[in-house]
Design a protein around this ligand. Structure first.
Ligand code: MTE
Ligand code: MO
Length: 254
């Protein structure tokens, strides 16, 4: 389906503390990051990512050495990993081994060619077309999921059931989550779980009483602290990055 996602507690040192300790000179434009892994083929570009100097020196990016209060598992980036709250995981460089402050825009493959989105507000173009201008992918958009029911699940008529899931965004926090059982005509407010910080998943629950037999498309939509809400339709781009349209989980009431 949508692939896997996770939400963890990270412990480490602010990136800016390390950069300030090293000393950042005037004229610094970006900071590049690479890990201990190398490409398999000589023709494959090295995986190096870049952050703008303002973001790199902001409060949030972190060099983490613990995930959920334990060593970071190897596949998640042991021994240290760059954490860039609110930004897509491509910037979260694992096995972090080199940091370089540069005075120009980094032109490596994974910034200049890959992981780019249309350079406009919706980060979208008409399906099938190619954007004439792109920029590196940035922050997560507001998004939500139902996790307590798999697509195709059967639920019982007139038996109350607790729907459950989570929502997140790029750091403004979740303002509300709503659920529709009638194709988006009517929406009911879900109950939000505890806020664990604006970058964390926010759990939600909602009591539901299926009152009619047959197929139902359960939909969930979240609104973030800026009032940004998930769109009904996919805002398309060639790589289908930053996809955040309202998800539908088809279930059958029996
Ligand atoms: N060292 C290193 N870090 C990396 C990468 C990589 O190739 N090497 N890939 C990045 C990309 S593109 C993604 S999508 C995420 C994947 O993280 P995950 O395995 O935890 O899903 O790691 C990021 N960090
Ligand atoms: Mo990726």
């Amino acid at each position: 389906g949508n692939g896997s996602v996770g939400n963890a507690r990270w412990t480490g040192i602010p990136l800016k503390a390390v950069l300030e300790h090293a000393g950042v000179q005037a004229g610094a434009k970006q900071v590049t990051f690479r890990g201990l892994d190398h490409p398999v083929l000589p023709t494959t570009p090295e995986f190096i990512k870049a952050l703008g100097i303002d973001l790199a020196l902001s409060d949030e990016p972190m060099i983490a050495w613990a995930m959920n209060d334990a060593d970071i598992p190897f596949l998640n980036g042991y021994p240290i990993k760059l954490i860039v709250p609110g930004y897509f995981g491509t910037y979260w460089v694992k096995h972090l081994s080199e940091i370089e402050v540069i005075d120009h825009t980094f032109e490596g493959y994974f910034m200049e060619k890959a992981y780019r989105v249309p350079d406009n507000d919706c980060q979208c173009v008409p399906p099938g077309t190619v954007p004439d201008k792109t920029r590196p992918i940035g922050k997560l958009k507001v998004r939500s999921f139902i996790t307590s029911l798999q697509p195709g699940a059967k639920v019982k008529l007139n038996e109350p059931i607790t729907l459950r899931g989570f929502a997140f965004d790029g750091g403004h926090g979740i303002q509300s989550v709503e659920v529709s059982e009638d194709g988006g005509r009517n929406w009911r407010l879900a109950v939000l779980g505890e806020s664990l910080g604006n970058y964390s998943f926010r759990e939600w629950t909602l009591q539901w009483l299926p009152r009619e037999k047959g197929k139902v498309g359960l939909q969930v939509r979240a609104t973030n602290g800026q009032g940004e809400q998930q769109p009904v339709k996919v805002l398309w781009n060639p790589a289908i990055y930053v996809k955040n349209n309202i998800e539908t989980t088809p279930v059958t009431v029996v």
